[in-house]
Design a protein around this ligand. Sequence first.
Ligand code: IVH
Length: 662
Amino acid sequence: MAVDVKKRIEKLRAEIRRHDYLYYVLAQPEISDRQYDKLFAELKDLEAKHPELVTADSPTQRVSGRPLEGFQTVRHAVPMLSMDNTYNADELRAFDERVAKGLGTNDYDYIIELKIDGVAVSLRYEAGALVTGATRGDGRMGDDVTANVRTVRAIPLILLSDGVKTPDVLEVRGEVFMPTTAFLQVNRLREQAGEPAFANPRNATAGSLKLLDARITAKRNLSFFAYATGQFSEPLGENHYDTLAVFKKLGLPVNPHIRRAKDIDEALKICQSWDRKRDELDYQIDGMVIKLNRFDQRDILGSTGRAPRWCISYKFAAAQTETVVESIDVQVGKSGAMTPVVNLTPVLLAGTTVKRASLHNFDQLNRLDVREGDTVIIEKAGEIIPQVVKVKKEKRPAGASIFKPPTKCPNCGGDVKKDEDGVCIRCLNPNCLAQLKERLKYFAGRGQMDIEGLGPAIIDQLVEQKLVIEPADLYKLTKQDLLSLDRMGPKSVDNLLEAIEKSKTRNLTRVIAGLGIQHVGIQVAEILANRFKHLGLLMQASEEELADIDQIGPVIAKSIRNYFDEWRNRTKELLTYLNPQSEKTVLSKKLAGKTVVVTGTLKNFTRETIKEAIRMAGAKASSSVSKKTDYVLAGDNAGSKLDKARRLGVKVIDEKQFMEML
Ligand code: IVH
């Protein structure tokens, strides 16, 4: 039986790796996401039942169990250089002349790549296994972000060997990036949770790679393209083009738009064509990279110490255009936060029509001194949301007046107040209709209760006609109520009622997220759901108890406590319609809620996998022994922690006993 399980587990891992390869490298998936998820779920289930069979390179082990204290630094075996830039055709031609002169021949070719706007990383594979992932840092030393890069599904944990030998050592360099759709999604979630949005996908990628908790990185949907080597035990080819082909055979994703150019004219044409086409991609590029193909020729040219002489980037100009500010609106968010929005005369910018630009806050509006009637320059660079970069003061119409931050809520006329940080201005009236609407929109949103058909236009009507004030009211709506709304026929009414009914089955995480507590997005909601298992218990938790939870600081704790103090009755009423369950079931009764400290070397587990096993058993893995520790799991060569456990009288167990408890 054990042998069969082991075989099945290995089979599943191989299958999953093959499908990752088909998806990320070849872009030719053979199965649906659902079928993939099924394979993955089966593997997870088998591993949970047989934790002794879990290995660090299993596809289930991408996410480590615990946050890090900080990042170690790693020295790059081969420095990660930077790149010189060009901004126009003449500069690019000058580069080509230097190449021709340096080589003393015109017999060379270029490889043209997209310059992906993400974060450069170096991935070190030893005997085919990913051992380290590091950021560029200063080029010589970078941060060890192994736990984070392991969560990027496009990055293989072990290399394939599709007709090529797996190198003993291979450092792969490439770009980790956040696809545009993922970026928009992350920002939507952040804004809903009252967190500041990322300015552009590059910042979002850098922020995600620098998180100490890889469990959050795993949710950021980062991706990866490989484009160079660092150290290697044997060369993969004689030129760059062949090397990229070997990358693919090793299971490393390579950008599909890479082209070869026989001379600089052809290179330039390719570069210019992408300046126009860049909006078609689901990731941001800020230019192109032109690389000499042959490695022997690269060696002749060498580098300046800062940057190689054999490659250069061709940077696109940020798309800019001029338009007029027709009006300035103030938007009220679900927690009352007010933001200025400028309505523009529609213009075409880098392929999309822009009608509005948002400003982060009133300080920014005042710094730029944007007024109604102003002619402004808007820009779309790395940013996806257009920004106002400058006001053309010479074109300002006479009498245009300074925009004053609101002293009353533009929606309800209620009092407003600046937050303690002095930036955000908030409407203080909790019954402000704009806030009610935003809260309901959020509650019904895709990431929360996912009520299909309950869009903004319907919510606006429901609130204005006083049919709905708070989420619980949605569950009291009748056919009659809905038929009274604009553009709602019997069929759509039935569908909507069905969707509302269906939302009653959403799990606890979604319900907590749906409440719209400030700073509580889906990730924090999940932590709370796992911890409290029931909304009623969460409602009772004290501020101290909340702040004590791993990853929940005092600010979030206070916000949660405030929310339930203010909205206790409303939340209770919601509970009469919903009975949300926590989705995590606990594997072991004996270990549930216990604290376990691991010390020494274990036979069947790595540091990461044992922590995961402890977590899956419903227990907490801690790193220091105290009186509160329930068990110390001691392996070979256990040292001071074991001594301390004995001194404090904490129960010491070995690996075998631990497994029995599971
Ligand atoms: S090659 C010696 N290829 O651009 C330089 N870099 O400005 C080796 N980048 O730090 C890098 N796309 O983060 C290379 N196709 C590509 C790239 C690329 C983006 C980034 C990379 C590098 C930066 C230099």
